[in-house]
Design a binder for this molecule. Structure first.
Ligand code: ATP
Ligand code: MG
Ligand code: MG
Ligand code: MG
Length: 468
């Protein structure tokens, strides 16, 4: 039962057996919420069902939802490669009750799944509840038989969920797995909670209130929304501590090792992880219709792609790499997500083209970065002007520059970067202000300057390869 694909099925089957409709994942670009960058939780596709705006012919559902957390409120991009538990793309397994069962049944279903079906030892588990939620505290005691010392009351917003400034909200309960005292970290709420010893696997949300403009009222029919990270529970079930050691990631990392000829050891480990992770987020985003661009969702995609490409470069890759890994990803995940298999050619071409373009400026940008930081020590800061030049002329997203300097403990003056960016925008606006015929040329040249080398090399590349 232990492969990722089997665990996903086991979860969905369990909730189907318990009267839940199995619903497919919603797309990564949410259809019903233009304010949200990417779908970042299982409940997103059900937002209007929870508020009552939309009716379905079922009141219980279960899904494995594709999620991306690399922009907007939830951004785990900087964690990837460095923590055991974060991805930019991951699957969130969930069960939902739309005004049907509530807290007691939700806790019972969750507890039975992980301890009976999945067989996790109860003494490795601990849970948190919202500090004021006595009801949840008592239910965990009664249903799971957990001692009080394993039910932690958390007073912060970490354990209180809200859909927005107004709308459904309520307390949460998070289930943690203790991977053992050989790993650094403390229980939630402690000073060492950022460590990776206690890993949150499942988050239950008890939607019992509605926040109105001026007061909070009880919902007449409270609801349940839960989310469990598939990769995290897979790590527990496969007896490994780290998400990147589960079957799926081992296959992706092996492909990346193969393609580069570099083992995932020492310094190369983080790079292989970043590549494997970013391969998933970029491929799934492209499959859901996002293409690399210089703004909005497309720019987030481009940032993720370029970041991965710098890591490929670090591993010594002298040719585009990411596209070569796509077949392995499709082999591992294409059955569960047919849209991935359908988009394989588009994903491959998009990766190849973007990587071919970016390679031209990547090396030059990196040597500029080396020159600028060569004699800097740990704790130093790169000036914003240089970071902006890397962005503007060499197509380096700010977070790529930050990531490149991270290992050396050098930070970037983001204030200075933003100032340089604003100045350039102001100059572009001033150029537009003339607006008459005569201004057109000026604007064109200003734009050409601004778009810089990346795009122009890009066009050459396309032409020489006969793509246009
Ligand atoms: P954490 O505190 O570990 O960052 P979270 O509280 O932000 O997690 P939730 O928003 O509660 O996470 O999401 C529900 C579940 O989805 C989590 O319990 C976890 O198992 C999983 N999850 C959340 N973020 C990620 C991620 N970046 N990569 C992999 N799994 C994740
Ligand atoms: Mg988080
Ligand atoms: Mg959490
Ligand atoms: Mg949580």
């Amino acid at each position: 039962m232990s492969g990722v694909n089997e665990i996903r099925s086991a979860f969905l089957d369990y909730f189907a057996k318990n009267g839940h409709e199995v619903v497919s994942s919603g797309p990564l670009v949410p259809r019903n919420d233009p304010t949200l960058m990417f779908t970042n939780a299982g409940m997103v596709q059900f937002k209007n069902v929870f508020t009552g705006l939309e009716k379905r012919d079922y009141s219980r559902a279960t899904t494995s939802q594709k999620c991306v957390r690399a922009g907007g409120k939830h951004n785990d991009l900087d964690n990837v490669g460095y923590t055991a538990r974060h991805h930019t793309f991951f699957e969130m397994l969930g069960n939902f009750s739309f005004g049907d069962y509530f807290k007691d049944r939700a806790i019972e279903l969750a507890w039975n799944l992980i301890t009976r079906e999945f067989g996790l030892p109860a003494d490795r588990l601990l849970v948190t509840v919202y500090a004021e939620d006595d009801q949840a505290f008592d239910l965990w005691k009664k249903i799971a038989g957990l001692p009080e010392s394993k039910i932690l009351r958390i007073p912060t917003s970490d354990n209180f969920w809200a859909m927005g400034d107004t709308g459904p909200c309520g307390p949460c309960s998070e289930i943690f797995y203790d991977h053992g005292d050989h790993i650094w970290g403390g229980p939630p709420g402690s000073a060492e909670e950022d460590g990776d010893r206690f890993i949150e696997v499942w988050n239950l949300v008890f939607m019992q209130y509605e926040q109105l403009a001026s007061e909070r009222i009880d919902l007449p029919r409270p609801s349940i929304d839960t989310g469990m990270g598939l990769e995290r529970i897979a790590a527990v079930l496969q007896g490994v501590h780290d998400n990147y050691d589960i079957d799926l990631f081992r296959a992706l990392i092996a492909a990346s090792e193969n393609a580069t000829g570099v083992d995932a050891e020492g310094k190369a480990r983080a790079s292989h992880r970043v590549i494997a992770d970013h391969l998933r987020s970029t491929s799934f985003l492209i499959a859901d219709g996002v293409l690399p661009s210089n703004e909005g969702r497309g720019y987030v995609l481009r940032r993720i792609m370029r970041r991965a490409m710098r890591h490929a470069h670090l591993l010594g890759a002298t040719e585009p790499l990411m596209w070569k890994l796509v077949p392995v990803l499709v082999r591992e995940m294409g059955r569960a997500f047919p849209e991935l298999a359908r988009a394989e050619a588009l994903i491959t071409e998009t990766l190849k083209l973007e990587e071919t373009r970016f390679r031209k400026t990547l090396e030059r940008g990196l040597s500029l970065l080396d020159d600028a930081t060569g004699d800097m020590r740990e704790g130093a800061e790169l000036d914003g002007e240089t970071a902006f030049k890397l962005y503007d002329t060499y197509g380096f997203p700010l977070d790529l520059t930050q990531d490149a300097l991270r290992a050396r403990g050098i930070s970037v003056d983001t204030g200075g970067f933003n100032t340089a960016m604003e100045r350039q925008k102001a100059e572009a606006r001033a150029a537009w202000a003339g607006s008459g015929e005569a201004a057109t040329d000026t604007v064109w040249y200003a734009l050409k300057e601004r778009v810089g080398a990346t795009e122009f090399l890009g066009y050459e590349t396309e032409a020489s390869e006969g793509i246009v």
